[in-house]
Write a protein that binds this ligand. Structure first.
Ligand SMILES: Nc1nc2c(c(=O)[nH]1)N[C@H]1C(S)=C(S)[C@@H](COP(=O)(O)OP(=O)(O)OC[C@H]3O[C@@H](n4cnc5c(N)ncnc54)[C@H](O)[C@@H]3O)O[C@H]1N2
Ligand code: MOO
Length: 401
């Protein structure tokens, strides 16, 4: 199978349709970070009746011309028995109190002087002043939040104002992560020889998965053993919506992951994309489950997880990929290293509303260099048709942090 254009791989990914979305009812207090799976429509007006927006006196506007009004009552917020306002009178009314019937304007405390049981109008206000009209917040039938919206504090606030104790959300996709390689040591595992390296891929990807709102299931590290890898992938498929593996997808004698994925009862969507890093990536699908086999190098697996796993996490929740591409100005020249689409770690800084890119502190070498992801990192994207760039040129950068 020849390697595919990057755009084609993205198109295939985007075109995947989910058969049955997984949804759940969640208490509002534990819904933050989930994606809403229902449209939220106001069932009533808010406020339901004209409401005072300040502390002062409810009056008829035409009476302000009298210059002096009798205080006929007091109307605290939450009061259910509203007195009728009679001509020539004022009812003391507070922020959040309903306006008494017969009143149309709220004159604030600061605009009057109290003399015994009367107020003197020092500074009149316009008609309707400080009265919050019916439906100021929203009107009955108004769609306030669309399905597919991530739930954060603004949504929690509006949902609680609607007395929505529970909401329907998309279940967080479960992403099983498996690192493969006989050289790998788990966190804390003692090292016995220099041929061993610390596994970072599974931890990086676990953190990416959680950052983008999915649940990480850590399956640990498995050596380069076809049977053990196959068993681990089977085990992962029992639990997860997406199985992500790293390593074992290129051309080495011990690169068994690709064989294991081909042997699954799954449709291989693509294997091999003309990108740097990550060209050996493989994505397969079984029903509504996805298997994403990423290359082993730490920088490669990180970049390809951002490019391919994050959109799948979003797709399973019927929402958009949040990773934006922004336009930025190069502060220094960029040397294209290959004829593939490249994703190069850079520093991305916003200065006076414009993005700028430089490569200070970035090391060049293999895709093993994970420290290039530290700092104010972005991924400079250059397509396979593009070449070197000069300082001052505009480029596209994936905003990944
Ligand atoms: N003859 C060729 N050799 C290689 C090619 C090629 O086309 N022809 N492609 C290179 C590219 S590009 C990449 S990327 C790697 C990908 O290979 P694999 O996916 O099979 O990955 P491994 O060989 O298993 O590992 C590669 C590298 O990454 C280290 N590694 C693996 N797992 C982890 C982990 N969990 N945490 C940190 N580092 C990890 C591993 O030790 C290797 O150094 O193949 C190139 N070779
Ligand atoms: O494709 Mo490899 O991931 O370039 O280093």
């Amino acid at each position: 199978m020849s390697f595919m254009h990057f755009d084609e791989s993205m198109k295939i990914l985007n075109e995947q349709q989910i058969g049955t979305y997984k949804m759940e009812r969640r208490p509002l207090l534990s819904a933050r970070g989930y994606i809403l799976a229902e449209d939220i429509v106001a069932e009533e007006n808010s406020p339901e009746a004209p409401t005072s927006g300040m502390d002062g006196y409810a009056v008829r506007h035409e009476d302000l011309a009298l210059g002096r009004l009798k205080i006929s009552g007091i109307n605290p917020a939450g009061n259910s028995e509203l007195e009728e306002l009679r001509p020539g009178e004022a009812i003391k009314t507070f922020t959040g109190s309903l306006m008494p019937p017969g009143s149309d304007t709220l004159i604030p405390i600061e605009n009057v002087t109290v003399e015994g049981d009367e107020i003197i109008i020092d500074e009149p206000v316009p008609y309707g002043f400080s009265v919050r009209p019916v439906g100021e917040n929203y009107v009955e039938g108004e769609r306030l939040i669309a399905a597919g919206t991530p739930i954060d504090y603004p949504q929690i606030g509006v949902l609680s104002s609607l007395n929505r104790c529970h909401v329907t959300v998309y279940a967080k996709p479960r992403v099983a992560i498996l690192a493969t390689g006989s050289e790998l040591l788990e966190l804390g595992e003692p090292q016995s020889h220099t041929g061993q390296i610390r596994s970072s891929n599974n931890y990086t990807i676990g953190a990416i998965v959680e950052r983008y709102g999915a649940e990480a299931i850590h399956m640990g590290c498995v050596g380069d053993d076809r049977k053990r890898i196959a068993a681990a992938v089977d085990n992962a498929l029992v639990q997860a919506d997406i199985v992500v593996s790293t390593g074992g997808v290129s051309v080495g004698d011990f690169d068994f992951v690709k064989d294991v994925v081909y042997a699954l009862d799954a449709e291989v969507l693509f294997k091999g994309v003309r990108i740097k890093p990550g060209q050996h990536i493989m994505v397969a699908r079984r029903g509504d489950q996805f298997i994403v086999a990423l290359p082993g190098f730490a920088y490669s697996s990180t970049v390809t997880a951002l490019l391919y796993v994050v959109p799948l996490i979003m797709k399973l929740q019927n929402t958009q990929n949040p990773i934006e591409r922004v336009r930025a100005t190069l502060r220094e020249p960029f040397k294209k290293r290959s004829k593939k689409a490249e994703f190069t770690a850079c520093n991305l800084r916003l200065e006076s509303g414009e993005y700028f890119v430089d490569f200070q502190g970035k090391k060049s070498g293999t895709s093993a260099i994970l420290t290039n992801m530290l700092g104010p990192v972005g991924l400079l994207y250059t397509s396979e048709d593009e070449g070197d760039k000069d300082a001052g040129e505009t480029v596209e950068v994936l905003k990944i942090l």
